[in-house]
Design a protein around this ligand. Structure first.
Ligand code: ATP
Ligand code: MG
Length: 281
């Protein structure tokens, strides 16, 4: 592995149910390198193989062929990989939100004091109301369920945080808030993050992005590089978001997306250029 490389995939293939009538070849010769501390996006259409790729990185699946290396430093008080599933309700099970968020920390053997402190930290970070703590996790809305599932993983202080479709089902305001929370988490904790998404509004968060099409990784590079490649975007039926088209046309992003970290920042630049107030959402 190169210096600072935390994840490396070389020529990875993945087949579900190999040598059976249900054999399904999903990933073909995938190569990927992720640097420590980066926010790496994985984009692609429905059924392209994004979740399979994320589960291979998370160690939940093993490659059928090729090699997958994850280099962790095993920091005390933290875990190696934290995974928030595409359907977060599948990972909640306790009677109350507090018990759910603290379950993994109990398993790690943390003291009651440390557990309480980390729960307080994550609740203020994610703006989770303390009144939720005694509620059943199954009484929450979709957005709240996502926050609780994320909270239960964040308190474990993972070196690599994998989020599968974190903004599905959220309204535009909640999506924007969620992106801001992710950015704050990254600023404070410097986790390496892998974010699988269909949501192009998240793209400005990414240091680099990989694009998967029909089981092949067809692009890895900066979000600007992706949005410049119109043939590739056409191939995978992606479209550059309208707010980025307007930002480029009005010249508010002379050095591209590397200048900003989220959609809200682009909208604020546009609003000030056009003489309005901040965008706020
Ligand atoms: N357990 C399984 N057994 C067999 N095939 C599977 C299994 N899980 C997924 N697949 C198939 O593998 C392919 C890739 O699935 P995957 O869930 O990785 O795609 P995805 O890009 O995450 O899709 P989505 O955008 O719908 O979340 C799909 O054709 C899917 O039907
Ligand atoms: Mg998926």
């Amino acid at each position: 592995m190169a210096q600072n490389e935390i994840i490396r995939m070389d020529a990875v293939d993945f087949i579900y149910s190999p040598r059976s009538p249900f054999e399904n070849r999903v990933l073909n010769q995938c190569c990927l390198s992720v640097t420590e501390g980066e926010i790496h996006g994985i984009l692609g259409g429905t059924g392209a193989g994004k979740t399979t790729l994320a589960q291979l990185i998370g160690g939940l699946l093993k490659p059928t062929a090729g090699t997958m290396t994850v280099s962790l430093s095993h920091r005390p008080g933290g875990i190696g990989i934290g995974y928030v599933f595409q359907y977060p309700e599948h990972q909640l099970f306790a009677e109350t939100v507090y018990e759910d968020i603290s379950y993994g920390m109990k398993e790690m053997g943390l003291s009651a004091d440390e557990i309480r402190q980390r729960v307080e930290w994550v609740c203020s970070f994610l703006e989770l109301k303390s009144s939720y703590m005694t509620r059943s996790p199954f009484s929450l809305s979709g957005g709240e369920t996502r926050k609780v599932a994320l909270a239960g993983v964040l308190v474990l202080k993972p070196e690599i945080l994998i989020l599968d479709e974190p903004t599905v089902g959220l309204d535009p305001r909640s999506r924007s808030d969620f992106a801001a929370h992710l950015l704050n988490i990254h600023r404070e904790e410097r986790f390496t993050m892998i974010i699988v998404t269909h949501d192009l509004d998240l793209v400005s968060l990414f240091s680099r992005v990989s694009l998967i099409n029909e089981g092949r990784l067809v692009f890895t590079g900066t979000p600007d590089g992706l949005f410049r490649d119109s043939d590739l975007l056409h191939l995978v039926h992606l479209k550059r978001p309208l707010y980025l088209d307007i930002a480029h046309l009005t010249g508010v992003l002379p050095s591209g997306l590397s200048q900003v970290r989220d959609k809200r920042a682009v909208l604020d630049l546009l609003a000030s250029k056009l003489g309005g107030r901040g965008a706020g959402a």
